[in-house]
Design a protein around this ligand. Structure first.
Ligand SMILES: *Cc1c(COP(=O)(O)O)cnc(C)c1O
Length: 406
């Protein structure tokens, strides 16, 4: 590792970047495993991991190798032709899930757009009392499905209904873990129910097993599709390869993103044979299924499928849960929730932003945390994190909370 060059912030022309969020005055120049290094050479224990993206940590060897090997073979023959890594990855995904078909995309939002289009097409083909005028997809308050117009409309984020109005119509909102609220919205126009098995951006709120099973029965009864958005909760994050497996149900459509590429832009739309209704011209995209990204997908999935890997996620999730509960008790907080290595600490007061800042500025080593809501911290480490790195985070966080209480 070369010693990072000392640079002042004003040597970077950050003004050239469109202003879309408040970023700290740091430029990250290296990342390995659970650690990131900034332009001053300061190291940070990274509990964001690109927002649950780097499931094997920063720059793991298997991704470096997959990129180099594939880049030397072929990078993009065009989506109009077959390529080996995309066939291999689709085969692996169908072998290890209840789905039969895979379409690759470049982001979670794009995969979800595909799911919405697929469900609407399926509705057109499966006429009922509403004829082929069927397009409504029931989604949930506090859900997050992406930042395109349709996925923003599908999302249940407060304020998003008026931002960039008019919305894409057809996404009535129900309440998570309230089956009656879903049933009340079902009409002849309904084609599907779409949800995150664990609401991620909404604050790490798991759908209960009873709710997932109830939804499956309800959607079957009404002849509509069940779509799971596993962009955040899929790919081993919950200790199961896919979060729907926690509830022993089989959805009709699933979307994947984030962890599937381990850090590179890759996402997927999966469906059963029965709703694989796209015809040529319905769906596509310039970079979709390109071998450079899907080769990485194969390398990542092979790691997750190694014997004992998913069990280790469950074990570390339980270890983190214990640690968070102890910390909560010590500081008089309100406990924790989550599945596997997607967890949240309930702070009980709006101190999340302050904690994130103080933790980042700790010396000599910083700690990167995420607060999706002011009274909540979200934890989404690399799935191959060590127990020592969990202990270190808990120790650093405890110190930060103590300073706040003084
Ligand atoms: C992050 C996320 C998305 C959007 O994925 P992008 O790759 O940012 O488009 C969609 N759904 C869920 C559940 C997510 O967590």
């Amino acid at each position: 590792m070369n010693k990072p060059v000392e640079l002042q912030m004003d040597q970077y022309n950050t003004d050239a970047l469109l202003y879309i969020t408040n970023r700290p005055p740091l430029v990250f120049t290296e990342g390995h495993g659970m650690w990131l290094t900034d332009h001053h050479g300061k190291r940070y224990l990274d509990w964001l991991q690109g927002w649950a993206v780097n499931c094997l940590g920063h720059s793991p060897q298997c991704i470096q190798d997959a990129l180099v090997v594939q880049a030397k073979k072929v990078i993009n023959p065009s989506p109009a032709f077959y390529n080996e890594p995309s066939i291999q990855l689709a085969t692996l995904l169908t072998q290890h899930s209840c789905f039969d078909k895979v379409f690759f995309a470049n982001s979670g939002a794009e995969a979800n757009e595909g799911a919405i289009k697929l469900a609407r097409k399926w509705g057109k083909l499966n006429k009922n009392a509403a004829g082929d005028n069927r397009y409504e997809i029931i989604t949930f308050n506090h859900s997050f499905h992406g930042r395109t117009l349709a996925t923003m409309s599908a999302s249940g984020k407060a304020g998003w209904d008026t931002m960039f109005a008019p919305q894409v119509p057809g996404f009535p909102k129900a309440e998570l873990n309230d089956l009656a609220s879903v049933e009340a919205l079902i009409t002849d126009k309904t084609v599907a129910v779409m949800l995150e098995p664990v609401q991620g951006e909404g604050g790490v709120i798991p759908a209960t097993r009873e709710f997932m099973q109830g939804l499956r029965a309800l959607t079957r009864k009404h002849g509509i599709l069940l779509i799971v958005d596993e962009v955040q909760a899929g790919m081993g994050r919950t200790g199961k390869l896919f979060a729907y497996q926690l509830s022993d149900i089989e959805p009709d459509i699933m979307t994947l993103g984030k962890g599937i590429g381990g850090g590179v832009p890759l996402a997927a739309l999966l469906c059963t044979e029965a709703c694989a209704v796209f015809e040529p011209g319905d769906q596509g995209g310039t970079y979709n299924g390109n071998p450079l990204m899907t080769a990485v997908g194969v390398a990542v999935l092979e790691e997750l499928l190694k014997p004992g890997f998913l069990q280790s996620v469950l074990d570390k999730g339980a270890y983190l849960r214990e640690g968070l509960l102890k910390l909560s008790e010590k500081h008089g907080l309100e406990g924790e929730r989550g599945e596997g290595l997607l967890r949240a600490l309930k702070l009980g007061s709006p101190i999340g932003g302050k904690i994130v800042e103080i933790a980042r500025d700790l010396e000599p080593q910083g700690l990167l945390l995420n607060s999706p809501r002011p009274d909540l911290l979200r934890f989404m480490p690399a799935l191959n994190i060590t127990l020592g790195e969990i202990d270190l985070m808990l120790e650093m966080l405890s110190g930060v909370i103590s300073t706040l209480h003084h």
